[in-house]
Write a protein that binds this ligand. Structure first.
Ligand code: ZN
Length: 413
């Protein structure tokens, strides 16, 4: 319901903006005379966005059927896969420099990502938004707690959450085979911008995990029956989405602040378009800090900074994705320590780590959910037992990009 309202509001705002087109400067004193009134309608400033429908999976469609598809209740596990930015140009990522091993470990290539998407789609997974899987309620004693929602999904399908960590377009990635930033194309849609290995500018929808998923869903709308895409877990220390919106404590100048303000204005319509088309956001802390450190001063100052510099751009979120998978207070499902309590007090309700299965646990003593995510990446692609854990999503033998990854070998059983 909240989402529908937001969608309507966006539409109303867009219509209002369109209606005001060309009149923005009517109060500005000017030397040129007003142009004569003409009958022809003004050229719209930007194209009408394609309408994008978002549905709430916790509500059964009327009569149990929507668009000819029958929906059924799902109370089983909701699987969760996460990815880092994908490698667009393996020849830059795997060039033997000191970053190669890390990129091989934690990333997948565009080729592998496309194969994984195709496989999970063929195996009957459909995307759901992580924020729809649990919700906050009050129990009989008046205490606030989280509850797992029943999802109503197309018959025969299985729900899947996808999250992307660090879509910040960090400086180090730019020369290592990744796209540089997201932009809005002339069509109003999201594209990536970057440089190819020869230094040519490339605007594409085939080189970035965000635009690839958008495109895949345009081509296979039944992969996203509710309009959900993935949850983007962003830090703040090098800005977001390729825009340098961060502050720096050292050598801050008026010029740098002016540039930061420009970047902030540039990223806002991109955030808006992502949210309009089913993407959601999570905190990944400002500085990619470890939340298991016990250093409360660091955790609080980092969190404040995330809200100031990132939350102010992406809006409210109840999702926190732990950097390094490091759980606050050591063990977040048995302990509720100072760090966890503080973060929950800041509005986070779903706390996601990394694990060997899509484990989730609703905490009893505080309104919060702990959930783990699986990680298709070089480490698991190289060492997966072929049918264990990842076998429900894909056959690793059909995914691994032998043509471009370094020759470190695989350990498949
Ligand atoms: Zn991260």
């Amino acid at each position: 319901m909240k989402k529908l309202t937001a969608l309507l509001l966006t539409l109303v705002m867009l219509l209002t903006m369109a209606a005001c087109g060309g009149k923005n400067n009517s109060d500005t004193p000017t030397e040129t005379p007003d142009p004569p009134a003409v009958e022809t309608p003004a050229e719209p400033e930007s194209p009408e966005p394609e309408p994008y429908d978002i549905y709430d999976p916790t509500v059964m469609p009327e009569g149990g059927v929507r668009d000819g598809v029958t929906y059924v209740a799902w109370d089983g596990i909701v699987e969760h896969l996460f990815f880092h930015p994908v490698i667009a140009y393996p020849e830059l990522a795997f060039d033997g420099d000191y970053k190669e091993q890390g990129l091989d470990d934690w990333m997948v290539t565009v080729t592998e990502f496309n194969r994984i998407l195709q496989s999970v789609y063929e195996r009957g997974y459909v995307l759901v938004d992580i924020a729809d899987v649990w919700s906050e309620t009050t129990d009989e004693s008046g205490a606030r707690k989280m509850q797992r929602n029943t999802l109503y999904i197309p018959e025969g399908k299985k729900p899947l959450i996808v999250s992307y960590d660090d879509p910040n377009y960090y400086e180090y990635m730019l020369e290592n085979g990744f796209t540089y930033k997201l932009i809005l194309g002339e069509d109003g849609a999201i594209w990536s911008w970057g440089l190819d290995p020869q230094g040519n500018e490339v605007v594409s929808q085939d080189l970035d995990a965000i635009t690839i998923l958008d495109k895949f869903i345009r081509e296979h709308p039944d992969f996203s029956p509710f309009g959900a895409k993935a949850c983007l877990a962003v830090t703040g220390y090098e800005g977001i989405l390729g825009y340098r919106t961060q502050t720096d404590k050292e050598n801050w100048t008026a010029e740098r602040e002016a540039n930061r303000q420009k970047e902030i204005e540039a990223v806002k319509p991109i955030v808006a378009e992502l949210k309009r088309t089913g993407w959601t956001f999570a905190s990944h802390t400002w500085g990619h800090i470890r939340l298991d450190s016990g250093n409360m001063a660091k955790i609080t100052s980092d969190t404040e900074r995330w809200f100031d510099e990132v939350g102010s751009l992406i809006g409210e979120t109840s999702i926190l994705i732990y950097p390094h998978g490091a759980r606050p207070d050591g063990n977040d499902w048995t302990n509720t320590g100072e760090a966890f309590r503080y973060l929950q007090g800041k509005g986070f309700r779903v706390f996601a780590s990394v694990g060997i299965e899509s484990f989730s646990f609703v905490k009893k003593d505080i309104a919060a959910v702990i959930c783990d995510r699986l990680h298709p990446d070089g480490t698991t692609l190289r060492s997966s037992k072929v049918d264990a854990r990842y076998g429900q999503f894909y056959d690793v033998r059909e995914i691994f990009d032998f043509d471009t990854r370094p020759n470190y070998g695989v350990n498949w059983e």
